[in-house]
Each structure stands twice: as C-alpha cells, then as structure tokens.
Design a protein around this ligand. Structure first.
Ligand code: 4AD
Ligand code: MG
Length: 432
C-alpha cells in the first residue's frame, strides 16, 4: 500500500508513489489525457492521467469524476513548476470514496441568498477556504501575541446575570428560578475581576448582540478578544492596541500571502500598518468631520459614515479617543481634565472598515461607578460583585475588545462581514 500523504507534503516527495485523498474541484479531458484538480484542505493538487497508460476501467472511472466527489488517487509525484504547490500527480489508480452528483454550487455566478442557503457547501470554494485560513491565522496570531507577552487566558461565562454593554441589544432567556439570564455581550466585567488576580489577562469567545441593524459590519453572534491590564492607563492601552494590530497584520502578510492573493487583496494597503497609529480626540474628530460636510454634533456617537470619513484615506488605523460620556458604556473612567468625556478609544480601520476595537480605562472609583450604574438605570443588585472590585484594592486598569470578524473583513478586503465567519448569524439568518 502506498503511503497516504497530505497534498502540502508532496513537494518533499518527488519521484515516490503515494496515495492522496480529497475532493474534486475541476476536471478536463482531451480524450487521450485527462486532468483533475483536488483539494484536501492542506492544498490543491493536479492529477494527470494518460489513457494509454491505464486500464479502460480506470480511464472510465477517472472520466466520470464530478465536482466535489471524494476520491483517492494513487500515482507518482512529479515536479511541475506550473502546478499549484510545484508538483503534480501522475495518476495510476482512482477510487471514488464518496460520489457527488449535481453539486449545487457551480463555477457560474450565484446570488448571495442562494450561496448563504448553501453555506455548508459554499465553504468548499477556493475563496471561502482562503478566508477561513486567514481567519485561523488571525486567531492563532492573537493567542500567540498575548501568550508571548505573559497574559493569562481566562474563560468568561456566556450566560450572565448582568448587562455588559447596553440594554438595547440583549438576547434574554428564562433561567430556572432565577429570572432572566442574558447571552454575554462582552466578557469584560469578568475579565476585570480576573485582572486583580492575574495582572494581565484576556478572554476570547463568542459574544452576542441582538443588533437590529442590517449592515455590512454587524453580526448577532461574533467573536471578540478582550485583554485587560492592571496599571495600564488609557494611553498605555492605545499603545498595546497598535502594537497588537500591527503584529497580527504582519503575521498574516508573512504566512498567508497565497490566500491574500487568492482574494486579490491589495497587500500594499496592509504593509503600511505599523505603530504608532495617528490619534485624534473626539472633539477634534467632530471638527474634522464638520469640515468634511458631516452633520455630526458634539455629544453623539460617531456613525459608520463618520468613521469612514475619518479613516478612509489613511495608510493605517486611527484612534479616536475620549468620547462624550453619554455616548459610551457605564464602566468607562471619567476624564479628570474634562468630565464631559471618558478615557476611552475606538480604533478605526482604513478603507472604510470602521471600528475594529473599542477600549477604555475603567472607572476605578466605587462611588462614581455606582453613580454611573444608577444614571443609566441598570439593575444595581446585578453589579454588587463588580462594585466589590472597587472596594477591595481598587486599581487603575484598562482593556479593549477587538472584533474578530471585523478584523477578518478588513484584512481580507471583504465587502460584507458575513463571509468572515463560517456560519454567520444575522438578524435574518439562523440556518444552516
Ligand atoms: O465597542 P464594543 O461594544 O466594546 C466592548 O464590548 C468592550 N466591552 C470591549 C472591552 O473594552 N473589553 O465592541 C468591541 C468590538 C467592536 O470594536 C467591533 O469590532 C466588535 O467588537 N463588534 C461587533 N462585530 C460584529 N458585529 C457586531 N454586532 C459587533 N459589535 C461590536
Ligand atoms: Mg464600540
């Protein structure tokens, strides 16, 4: 029995006879010589078969291969510079492991609703495979970045009793005799508690928001990484963010060039993403926006169009810092130099991708925090434990949340966030 190898390993084995298993992308035949391209996840491989060299039965079986049939090919690995991966397989034997008839997604153009209905099959396309590999690289890059810098991973709950961000976008469920539970909008409050135990921590998990807006940037279920650092000020927090984003982008450029090429991403627009990033205060941003024709007024949060206006012609992301307190969440620290504002930042990606990070220094004063909880009409009882953190050794601390799918969209250059996750959840879609 020939050894079975993954496609990515074949370049090291020219001249040997091997078995390869995967799914058929395309076939073509001249009548005397036939080609098949298969995929096994590790790469793409062209198999070549000459009619004269095999039995009629093998030739017939090869000719009958259809899109997405699962096959086992046995043959000799040959160096071939024009082939993907630099090798091709001179096929001797073909076995059909799983036939496939009338695969619904053909090389012709399909509409988006059709593709989303067939997302479980759409994932096999070259483009979706490239996106998923880049997403994998981004997530591994995130984990390595924090691990290498001495952060500890803390897993925070998904079923929670307190509102993390705002009341408007909560998914609720009944929770036995205890009343309502919510799907986590953030792990932040919990990671703040862990921060006093471990100093530098992060959580990384799915978060949920009942976003009623149908935009290119919103999902109802998305993944967020949230670091929290003891003794970091808002300024330190922004420095960590720019170093972090630059490291993740550099890693993808370094290790996923092939996939970025498949997506036809203009990588020159990513190569300039190095620290430091420009910083604009919220008040400066409002003046800039007015000068560019926006109707924004001081006091309101910035909308998607404003974010695009501010960041679009830049060669790297930009920070907008110290927003009005009324526009932001209850836990952000009041700015001692201008109490109308809080010590926070949004990091906006270039090319119109908008906010990828929201971060802040946290209110560490017990009484001010309690006043904010009351001001926003939040159920005080649910925050007892969170207020305790300000009673027992309160400390300056800051953190942020980076949305994985927004980051994937930006780095891959996607038109819509729904392609940035394998099975997107939006207000209109819960299947497949
Ligand atoms: O700005 P947000 O709401 O911040 C927080 O949740 C803080 N608790 C983070 C922290 O300080 N630990 O969300 C953070 C990021 C956004 O910048 C965006 O990238 C992403 O999460 N995000 C979404 N991504 C996809 N769909 C949605 N509906 C999103 N809402 C937020
Ligand atoms: Mg935000």
């Amino acid at each position: 029995m020939p050894t079975r190898l993954q496609i990515s390993a074949l370049a090291d084995s020219p001249g040997t006879t091997v078995a390869v298993q995967g799914w058929v992308l395309t076939t073509r035949s001249s009548g005397k010589i036939a080609f098949v391209v298969i995929r096994d996840g590790s790469g793409y491989l062209q198999g070549v078969l000459a009619k004269a060299e095999v039995s009629d039965e093998t030739w017939q079986r090869f000719q009958s291969l259809t899109q997405e049939s699962c096959v086992r090919l046995v043959g000799e690995v040959r160096a071939d510079q024009r082939s993907p991966g630099g090798v091709e397989l001179a096929v001797r034997e073909v076995e059909i492991l799983g036939p496939s008839a009338d695969f619904p997604i053909t090389p012709k153009e399909h509409g988006t609703p059709f593709l989303l209905d067939h997302r479980h099959l759409w994932l096999r396309s070259k483009r979706q495979v490239a996106i998923m590999k880049i997403r994998h690289e981004i997530i591994q890059g995130i984990r390595d970045f924090f691990h290498e810098r001495g952060f500890f991973l803390v897993d925070t709950p998904i079923l929670t009793g307190s509102i993390g961000e705002s009341g408007g976008t909560l998914f609720e469920t009944e929770y036995f005799d205890l009343g309502k539970a919510y799907l986590a909008q953030t792990g932040q409050l919990y990671v703040e508690a862990a921060c006093a135990a471990l100093g530098k921590v992060y959580c990384f998990g799915p978060t949920f928001r009942a976003e009623k807006s149908k935009t290119r940037r919103h999902l109802t279920e998305f993944w967020m990484v949230e670091p929290e650092v003891a003794f970091n000020t808002s300024d330190d927090n922004m420095r960590l963010q720019e170093e972090f984003i630059a490291a993740v982008v550099a890693r993808v450029l370094d290790r996923r060039a092939e996939e970025l090429k498949e997506l036809e991403r203009d990588t020159s627009k990513l190569a300039t993403v190095v620290a430091p990033f420009p910083r604009v205060s919220y008040s400066e941003a409002v003046e800039l926006l007015k000068a560019r024709g926006s109707s924004v007024t001081w006091g309101s949060d910035l909308g998607a169009e404003d974010e695009t206006l501010l960041a679009t012609d830049r060669d790297r992301p930009i920070f907008v810092y110290n927003y009005p307190r009324a526009a932001k969440a209850f836990y952000m620290k009041e700015n001692p130099d201008d109490p109308r504002t809080v010590l926070c930042d949004d990091c906006l990606a270039p090319e119109g991708y908008g906010e990828i990070i929201g971060g802040s220094q946290r209110e560490d004063d017990h009484d001010r925090l309690l006043a904010r909880i009351r001001e926003q009409g939040l159920p005080e009882k649910a925050y007892d434990w969170y207020l305790d953190l300000r009673k027992y050794g309160t400390f300056v601390h800051s953190g942020f949340g980076l949305g994985v799918e927004r980051t994937v969209s930006w780095i891959c250059g996607l038109e819509h966030i729904r392609e940035a996750i394998a099975f997107p959840r939006t207000i209109y879609r819960i299947t497949p």
